[in-house]
Design a protein around this ligand. Structure first.
Ligand SMILES: [Zn+2]
Length: 288
């Protein structure tokens, strides 16, 4: 049995243009554990050299959205989240140095084919929500959009995550979803098959950004890891932290469940970078 969820998300309709910078240089720099692994595909992360670390940190943005820039040995490196909806090809980011000079860095995003996953839900109200809950769904969607665009600048953001729950991966990131025979948005997270009540761990240090009980996501928690890097947990049964709490990597912050639009108990985990959902496995140690 595959337990999975169908998300409301994966909306990013931004258009990237340009792409291309010194990828080959990045593998050799220090502090590599603090960055995600690079994957220049829709739903992936591009690591771009944006300046020499002897200079002040430059400001980087993509379509006006700020991008996380960290010092990696002798370089400033931008970690750019690439939307699942992105058309492969040339993409770009804007770089502004401390002295005000502006330039554009271009890079290339390659295509990636994600698998199709068929999901069956018995609760028809979760497949085609009744008219009387549409106002609620729209209200929650607007709220969650604001939450996902959170930007809290911090000196250190740690992207070497621990997996928030151990278990079989029952739904991978990026797969197109067919729900009761009807196509839906791709899956913008990772599903881990765990029993209701399993401890959910903070993947890295952060601050609890949002807690709510939403129609699709069920009991939900967002953790802000700083500099536009967020974790989202859905379908929880309980919360063990409050909004504003500082949490440490590996700390139990919630319990898994099957609330919201879920076909059974599992943890749904999404990772957001510069407002876009990206592959959570890029933030975990590579599988052998
Ligand atoms: Zn999911």
């Amino acid at each position: 049995m595959r337990f999975a969820c169908i998300d409301w998300s994966a909306r990013a309709t931004w258009k990237l243009s340009a792409v291309l910078a010194g990828a080959a240089l990045i593998a050799g720099v220090g502090h590599a554990g603090a960055l995600p692994r690079e994957s220049r595909v829709p739903g992936g992360v591009a690591l771009l050299h944006v300046g020499d670390a002897t200079e002040p940190r430059p400001a980087v943005s993509r379509d006006g959205v700020p991008v996380w820039v960290s010092r990696q040995a002798t370089q400033w490196v931008a970690a750019v989240g690439l939307p699942l909806s992105l058309q492969p090809g040339e993409q770009q980011v804007d770089v502004r140095s401390a002295d005000g000079a502006a330039r554009t860095i271009t890079f290339t995003v390659k295509p990636k084919r994600y698998p199709v996953q068929h999901v069956t839900l018995r609760d028809q109200a979760m497949v085609e929500p009744p008219a009387d809950v549409m106002a609620r769904i729209e209200r929650e969607s607007a709220h969650l959009k604001v939450v996902r665009s959170q930007w809290r600048e911090t000196a250190a953001t740690d992207a070497a995550f621990v997996q928030p729950a151990k278990g079989r991966l029952s739904g991978r990131f990026g797969g197109s979803r067919v729900l009761n025979g009807k196509p839906r948005a791709p899956h913008a997270g990772l599903d881990v098959a765990v029993m209701t009540g399993t401890a959910v761990l903070a993947p890295a240090d952060g601050v609890i950004l949002d807690i709510g009980d939403y129609y699709f996501c069920g009991k939900t928690m967002f953790i802000d890891h700083g500099n536009g890097l967020l974790s989202l947990f859905c379908h929880l049964s309980e919360w063990d932290a409050r909004v504003g709490d500082s949490v440490r990597k590996g700390q139990a912050v919630a319990r898994s469940g099957a609330t919201g639009r879920a076909s059974g108990p599992h943890l749904h985990w999404s990772v957001y970078l510069n407002g876009t959902s990206v592959e959570p496995e890029l933030f975990l140690p590579a599988r052998r």
